[in-house]
Write a protein of this length. Structure first.
Length: 103
């Protein structure tokens, strides 16, 4: 589940990054000034954006892909606590199909 959220987050951030590269071409001459003066706030913004997108993708995955998990697990827990009777191991005769001779 974490892997799915991480892949989705990386895809969204990369798509946003490539779209911004196309839209902000006019800032290329000022690249060194922007990175020098505003590099830290830009990186901090990207980290916060990544964490928020990851949390949102994780919440969506939990909501839609783990539907009724608690109910299913409680059912399994009840089965394990009650325990079912041991099934006898099949004999060689019943495996071979010789039911008539075994009886």
């Amino acid at each position: 589940m974490i892997g799915n959220a991480l892949i989705l987050t990386v895809a969204i951030v990369l798509a946003l990054f490539f779209w911004l590269m196309g839209e902000l071409k006019f800032l290329i001459p000022y690249k060194t000034i922007l990175v020098h003066q505003y590099g830290t706030p830009i990186v901090l913004f990207l980290v916060v954006l990544f964490v928020n997108l990851f949390a949102g993708a994780f919440a969506v995955n939990r909501r839609f892909f783990l539907k009724d998990t608690g109910r299913k697990l409680s059912h399994l827990d009840k089965q394990m606590q009650v325990g079912h009777g041991q099934l006898p191991a099949p004999s060689i005769d019943t495996i071979d199909g010789n039911d008539d001779e075994a009886a």
